[in-house]
Structure formats: C-alpha cells, structure tokens
Design a protein around this ligand. Sequence first.
Ligand code: ZN
Length: 112
Amino acid sequence: MREWYIARAKERILPRVVKQARELGVSFGRARIVDSRYRWGSCTVHDNINLNWRLIKAPIFVIDYVIAHELAHLLEPNHTPRFWNIVNIQVPTVDKARDWLKEHGQILEEEV
Ligand SMILES: [Zn+2]
C-alpha cells in the first residue's frame, strides 16, 4: 500500500513542482518524494526539494501550497513578508491549506 502511494505521489506531485518552478522563475536541483515522519516538505542547501509522500492523501490545493512554500524558499530562505507575498501570489488558498495541514497533521504519524 505504501509503495502504491509513493508511486502515485511521484506521478502526481513531481510534475506540479516543475510547473510551479517555471511559473515562479526559479530553478531547483532535484525534486524528490521522501518518507519523513515530521515534515510535509523541505528544501536542502543544494536547492533540492523534498516532499512527503503522505501529501498524496491531501487535497490538490494543499499539495500546491506545500510545493509553492518550498520553492519560495529558494527565493527567500526565511518566513519574511516577502516570502509570504511570493507564496500568496502563487497559491491564493494559503490560509485554507495551512488550516488543512494543521487539522490533518496526524496523517504524518500514521502508519500505512
Ligand atoms: Zn518554510
């Protein structure tokens, strides 16, 4: 079951990273679907984007928010007003997405 989710996540999420990066005009190293217990997404010092495969269980507007969040960090490392400005322009449903993540954070700890 887990393998199936990871395959779906790669199929569904990675193309959206490429698309959003193009829209934002940023370039990243590699985008990977990872197995993290505590984080939905992260970006590394080498401009690689890591996204939790469990995102596949989230609605698409949440997936897009997490992608936009990590890509925006390539332009602005800290959560400054400029950072949120970039994310808000890219994804208009930021508040809704953050509420969803808060509410469903326990998905991260669920075993599949
Ligand atoms: Zn952040």
